[in-house]
Write a protein that binds this ligand. Structure first.
Ligand code: FCB
Length: 485
């Protein structure tokens, strides 16, 4: 007898996620100016194959068709990001109406199809002018290491809040600030490609401040029913053994990957161990008196992005001598872990690998959902990103069969169910990604979409995972066992 399906709570949001720079293209249209990702991707050697987001999947022109596709798949929600340089080209001053109109049109079309929008304000495309400006004159330079950028973000948040607040209920300030700070300014594998550990820590703080100031600015514009949150990518970090050295390595990475954001956002503090571990680099005097009250703006929800766990140990002698290592986001001579390199070694977690070489282990997702249930009591959780890249190709029948992705999604969605049964208040799941797209430093070489894109013709073909996900969204029930198509 078939065992019962896993049932999700009524009203659970089944969605898919994208980000502006990864899909829109139209990089120079309608007044848009370059973001740090335009500059970075046009710098030789930064992105695999010299790929850029100039055209991407041309969503800026194909958005109506893309919304129809979402409706055909029965998506209940769609998480997308607004391109800052499209609506406020220089990162300061008045908005460009055409930019705002694009997002108003998109939201209206979504609503007309019964799809709830979730807006992310910042998914990494900082206006280049803000990267180049440093009014405070700090030696750490412009962009996120510069305090003023947080205030510019708040202004931008107010502009978008005013334009879309009457029709969008779910708002996320930042996407994965860890990547913005530590890959953008530490290891340099993401834009703007700087490699300065102090700049990375300053960036982390100014992103926290931007989140708080941005949430305040949104609150002033939005009706009371609107919900404001943030999407983090906390690391499910595990010690290799239970030895004191390995546990200490876990503590260090938990501080630099997780508590550097959840401390200020949830508790209004930078933990003492984080400050002590980085004391050789900075005295943290860039944190001003009132900042940690602002960063602790009440969260209406917390978004968790999850792909894979991390395994750490005390630094092996070999690693301590060899210096920074690959971190799964691109190779660099520089470390994304300020102050931790001589103490920590990273190990491959067990499990099959995706095309990103990221191990498949759904238990990390259950662990994170339960951990943040404990850390943020009463705050609803959403999985705002989860998914996998595989080398998908159309078969002879013209269809794209991606059983590996279906298996990945099945196991991770079951892991979400597991967390719900154990007491986590998870209200939705957003598959990364709706479409194959520009995967940052990997360009178009990695396909995360449930919908295949032929980059020559821009033809969209839903993969078997998209059909599988459509059934799940329609029924709200996950078969207990994974069944191949
Ligand atoms: C996350 C990003 C998202 C996408 C996935 C694979 O870190 O938020 O844009 O690239 O990884």
């Amino acid at each position: 007898m078939a065992r019962e399906n896993l049932r999700f709570p009524p009203g659970f949001l089944w969605g898919a996620a994208t980000a502006a720079y990864q899909i829109e293209g139209a990089a120079r249209e309608d007044g848009r100016t370059p973001s740090i990702w335009d500059t970075f991707s046009h710098t030789p050697g930064k992105v695999l194959g010299g790929d850029t987001g100039d055209v991407a999947v041309d969503h800026y022109h194909r958005w109506r068709d893309d919304v129809r596709l979402m409706a055909d798949l029965g998506l209940i929600s769609y998480r997308f990001s607004v391109s800052w340089p499209r609506v406020q080209p220089t990162g300061r001053g008045p908005a460009v109406q055409r930019g705002l109109d694009f997002y108003r049109g998109l939201v209206d079309e979504l609503l007309a199809h019964g799809i709830q929008p979730m807006v992310t304000l910042y998914h990494w495309d900082l206006p280049q002018e803000l990267e180049d400006a440093f009014p405070s004159g700090s030696a750490a330079g412009g962009g996120w290491p510069e305090r003023d950028t947080a205030y510019r973000f708040a202004e931008y948040a107010g502009i978008v809040g005013e334009a879309l607040g009457d029709r969008v209920e779910m708002w996320s300030t930042l996407n994965e600030p860890w990547c913005s700070a530590f890959l953008g300014y530490g290891s340099g594998v993401h834009a703007p490609g700087r490699t300065d550990p102090v700049a990375a820590l300053r960036a982390a703080h100014h992103l926290n401040l931007a989140h708080g100031l941005g949430a305040q600015a949104l609150r002033e514009q939005l009706p009371a029913r609107a919900r404001i949150g943030v999407s983090l990518n906390p690391s499910a970090v595990r010690p290799l053994t239970a030895s004191a050295g390995d546990l200490d390595a876990r503590r260090r990475i938990d501080a630099l990957a997780n508590r550097v954001f959840t401390g200020p956002m949830l508790r209004g503090t930078y933990d003492d161990d984080l400050v002590a571990d980085t004391a050789r680099l900075t005295d943290w005097s860039f944190v001003r008196d009132d900042d940690l009250r602002i960063t602790r703006h009440p969260l209406d929800f917390l978004g968790i992005n999850y792909y894979s766990p991390a395994v750490v140990s005390a630094a092996t002698e070999e690693d301590a001598a060899a210096g920074p290592r690959k971190d799964g986001h691109g190779a660099s001579e520089h470390s994304p872990w300020p102050g931790a390199d001589e103490h920590v070694s990273f190990h491959r977690a067990p499990g099959e690998l995706t095309a990103m070489d990221w191990p498949v282990d759904p238990t990390g997702l259950t662990d994170l959902l339960l951990e943040y249930t404990a850390q943020a009591p009463g705050v609803p959780l959403y999985v705002t990103e989860n998914g996998a890249a595989y080398d998908d190709k159309p078969g002879e029948d013209g269809q794209v069969h991606d059983p590996d992705r279906v298996r990945y999604l099945h196991s991770h969605i079951a892991a979400v169910h597991h967390a719900i049964l154990a007491g986590a208040d998870v209200r939705g799941y957003f598959l990364w990604s709706l479409l194959d797209n520009f995967e940052w430093a990997y360009g178009y070489s990695k396909r995360f979409g449930a919908v295949h894109v032929d980059y020559e013709t821009q033809a969209r073909t839903p993969k078997s995972s998209a059909h599988w996900y459509a059934k799940l969204a329609a029924s709200g029930e996950l078969p207990r066992e994974y069944v191949a198509d």
